[in-house]
Design a protein around this ligand. Structure first.
Ligand SMILES: Cc1cc2nc3c(=O)[nH]c(=O)nc-3n(C[C@H](O)[C@H](O)[C@H](O)COP(=O)(O)OP(=O)(O)OC[C@H]3O[C@@H](n4cnc5c(N)ncnc54)[C@H](O)[C@@H]3O)c2cc1C
Length: 454
């Protein structure tokens, strides 16, 4: 933000008309705006953001730029093999596209396409990737290779490693610099962005929906709801479509020499094979970013205040860092934070038309895997807005949520029971003990969409 003109945060204070009004200035909203202006430069596009662009997950995520390839089997289950293949290849292409786009438009978001390592850190995790990689291989779309242990331990910096697979199609980036850069490019393309402008209501009764804000109104031919986890509390019909669950993160002070010693001086993202994974990567200025999902579940799938405060799990993150990298133990954490992630029943995002209104589209539910996938979201929403019949408007993700979570209070109580069972099961596995059958059974409820959720 310090590089930006403070006057750009303009609230809406008028009644205006537009072709497309997008609610939400995160990756989904901004990629949609950019995609629309790229396909139809004369289209008038407005973005309304309740705070500033990047206020949500897009400005505070872990920056792990990962594809959907490790979820191929789950994609097959929900969308069929052909569509699953297309989605995997789409998400791999998106890595390259985002890299090209950010280079072309001078968005210095420190995007390093140095790959991803999926590792096992105990015997129970060994083999977790076998079936999915066999399936990718049989379709001729496998970008992963098993690494020799020496190589894998060297590139991940951790001797806890028992097995590792590497794909070059992935990396890491600085998330807030990406979202602020997208906002700048969108403005340069003529998109009108109004920040500090929450939508207070949406009037759906006419063909042209109307978005109401505190000091203004927008009448639009098309409205796009790109509000991520806020969708569940803003629209009753989505109150059971997602659970909102934290990802907790810590970043160290710069320690470039110590990371060099560990050979952790690249931009690859590394994840273990837990249900709620540990993930880490370094930053260009020599810090270690380390995170873990699945700690705090929000009652009623609301964006609770805890998601905007420092993480309550800083000491657990610190302990995990010490276990993974004993040689840097004692390093000061510069920051710990967390955020609420929109986990769907399938583990995949979903898109559709609000209440079947032909001119109101939405998309959310990325389930902690949105840095790359929001680029696909932008294409899908652009095709829906332009009424284009193409591979994006026909994507398997279109058609609304596929399933519901139980109502409250069962959802919250059930989430905590499953979370606690997973914790006990994974602790037993770390100690090379057999988890109880009850814990394994409960933990299986979280496995619906495979791995890699941040
Ligand atoms: C803590 C955390 C860590 C994560 N780590 C990773 C990771 O490492 N890798 C990865 O791939 N994914 C990760 N994710 C997921 C990824 O960040 C998200 O999927 C992605 O940013 C979603 O983008 P979005 O634009 O849909 O939502 P958001 O970025 O949340 O944007 C939604 C916007 O809508 C605005 N809004 C809400 N209500 C209104 C309203 N009424 N009026 C106007 N505006 C409104 C919000 O202010 C917000 O800016 C993580 C998520 C979290 C929460």
């Amino acid at each position: 933000m310090k590089h930006e003109d403070p006057d750009t945060a303009q609230p809406l204070d008028a009644q205006i008309n537009t072709d497309v009004c997008i609610i939400g200035g995160g990756y989904t909203g901004l990629w949609t705006a950019i995609e629309l202006k790229t396909r139809e430069p004369n289209l008038d596009v407005v973005v309304l953001e309740k705070e500033i662009c990047g206020y949500g997950a897009s400005g505070s995520n872990g920056g792990c730029a990962l594809t959907l390839a490790p979820k191929f089997l789950s994609l097959c289950k929900y969308f069929g093999r052909e569509e699953a293949k297309r989605i995997v290849l789409g998400s791999e292409t998106a890595v390259e596209e985002i890299k090209q786009f950010t280079d072309e438009h001078g968005i210095d978001c420190e995007f390093r396409v140095d790959g991803a390592q999926y590792i096992a850190t105990n015997e129970a995790q060994v083999g977790a990737m076998d079936t999915v990689l066999e399936a990718l291989e049989s379709e001729g779309i496998n970008s992963w290779r098993k690494q020799p242990l020496d190589e894998a331990r060297a590139s991940s910096g951790t001797s806890m490693l028992r097995e590792s697979y590497f794909s070059p199609i992935a990396g890491s980036l600085q998330p807030a610099l990406l979202v602020r850069g997208l906002a700048r490019v969108a403005r340069n393309k003529g998109v009108r962005i109004f920040e500090k402008t929450p939508m207070t209501s949406l009037i759906e009764k006419n063909e042209a929906p109307k978005v109401v804000t505190q000091f203004g109104e927008v009448t639009a031919k098309k409205v796009v709801l790109a509000m991520n986890a806020w969708m569940a509390s803003s629209f009753k019909q989505f109150s059971r479509s997602i659970v909102v669950v934290s990802s907790d993160m810590a970043i160290t002070e710069p320690i470039p020499e110590r990371l060099d010693e560990l050979q952790l001086n690249h931009g690859a993202t590394i994840c273990d094979s837990r249900t709620f994974v540990h993930y880490f990567h370094t930053t260009q200025d020599g810090r270690l970013l380390f995170g873990k999902g699945g700690n705090t579940f929000a009652y009623g799938s609301k964006m609770i205040e805890a998601f905007f405060k420092p993480s309550r799990y800083g000491s657990q993150l610190n302990e995990a860092i010490q276990k993974f990298f004993p040689s840097i133990s004692g390093t000061k954490l510069a920051q710990v934070w967390n955020g609420g992630s929109d986990r769907s029943t399938t583990g995949f995002p979903f898109f559709g038309n609000l209440n079947d209104h032909p001119n109101i589209h939405y998309g959310f539910g990325y389930s902690g895997n949105g840095v790359i996938q929001c680029r696909l979201g932008g294409k899908i929403l652009a095709s829906l807005c332009l009424d284009q019949d193409d591979e994006w408007s026909r994507c398997g993700f279109v058609g609304g949520p596929r399933g519901q979570f139980p109502p409250e209070p069962f959802r919250w109580i059930g989430s905590l029971a499953v979370r606690n069972a997973i914790r006990r099961k994974e602790l037993a596995e770390d100690r090379a003990q057999r988890p109880s059958a009850f814990d394994s059974y409960l933990a299986s409820f979280a496995k619906s969409a495979g791995k890699t959720d941040q």
